[in-house]
Design a protein around this ligand. Structure first.
Ligand SMILES: Nc1ncnc2c1ncn2[C@@H]1O[C@H](COP(=O)(O)OP(=O)(O)OP(=O)(O)O)[C@@H](O)[C@H]1O
Length: 265
């Protein structure tokens, strides 16, 4: 159970600012969905929380300043699945997922049977057992995406930061993955931050949404408060229809503009 607090967070790359003044609190076991148009700063926000980009302001997990932690300590606290990970060449799925256990291995760098049990459990839950001995480089895009998530889950951290975790996944695997993350939240109190482009799924799984536009918070609240035709029209320049699903969460559907065709004949 980890409480994550961002206060006045700013971040950027080599002198070009991207994020300014982001503040948010994610309660222990909560799920924050970060949404926003392309280039609005969603991935940069996750990287700033992890300390991977130059940033100002503070990030604390249960009151501990993340910037003061050593890499190993940080990796025990925050699990991260990047959008475009650098994947090692010539490694099997099992060995790749085992890398998630690195923060816990001893001086000799040997994994324990406990580490292996965790890896097998994660592979099973992500439907990867049949691919366990395959080379990572020989997987399909969606299978590789699941392996990247498996590595983050194997870290067994109190906080999971997932950057576009459903990209490249078919609808069944996307649902299974988000269901699994939700299960972890309920079983272990894992605190979750995801960036997601699928707004309907974001509204179904996240408790609260934070909408970024040009590096600033443009809207924050429950999915019902943020996913409105007005807000989405303004920040995405999109024509959408928003209707409630049976569970009350908003379903966002793009609406094609009526095409005027010249009269035939
Ligand atoms: N390594 C980098 N160096 C310089 N600029 C970068 C770098 N990474 C991202 N940017 C810039 O920072 C801004 C925010 O990028 P970011 O990847 O955080 O957006 P995003 O909201 O995650 O976008 P998308 O939805 O397209 O994934 C963009 O203008 C992008 O061009």
């Amino acid at each position: 159970m980890s409480l994550v607090e961002l206060e006045g967070l700013s971040a950027g790359y080599r002198g070009s600012p991207v994020l300014s003044d982001i503040s948010a609190t994610i309660g222990a076991g909560g799920w924050l969905g970060v949404i926003g148009p392309n280039g609005s700063g969603k991935s940069t926000l996750l990287k700033a929380v992890l300390g991977l980009v130059h940033h100002g302001g503070t990030v604390t997990v249960d009151g501990r300043h993340v910037s003061g932690l050593r890499q190993r300590e940080r990796a025990k606290l925050l699990g991260y699945a990047p959008q475009l990970p650098q994947l090692p060449v010539g490694i099997t799925v099992t060995d790749y997922v085992l890398l998630g256990r690195t923060p816990y291995t001893g001086l000799l760098g040997r994994e324990s049977t406990g580490d292996l049990d965790i890896v097998v459990e994660v592979l099973e839950r992500l439907d990867l057992l049949d691919l366990a001995e395959r080379a990572l480089s020989e997987l399909s895009g969606g299978e590789r995406q699941r392996a990247v998530l498996a590595r983050a889950l194997a870290q067994r951290t109190g906080v999971l930061l997932l950057d576009e975790p459903t990209t490249g996944l078919d609808v069944g695997h996307a649902q299974a993955l988000l269901d699994l993350v939700d299960e972890l939240r309920h079983e272990r109190g894992t605190t979750v931050v995801t960036t997601l482009h699928d707004l309907t799924m974001a509204g179904q799984y996240a408790e609260r949404l934070l909408l970024l536009d040009h590096g600033r918070v443009s809207a924050e609240g429950t999915p019902g408060e943020v996913l409105t035709t007005d807000v989405l029209g303004r920040h995405y320049s999109a024509r959408v229809s928003v209707l409630p699903l049976p569970d009350g969460s908003p379903s966002v559907t793009p609406v094609r503009e009526a095409v005027r065709r010249p009269l035939e004949g």
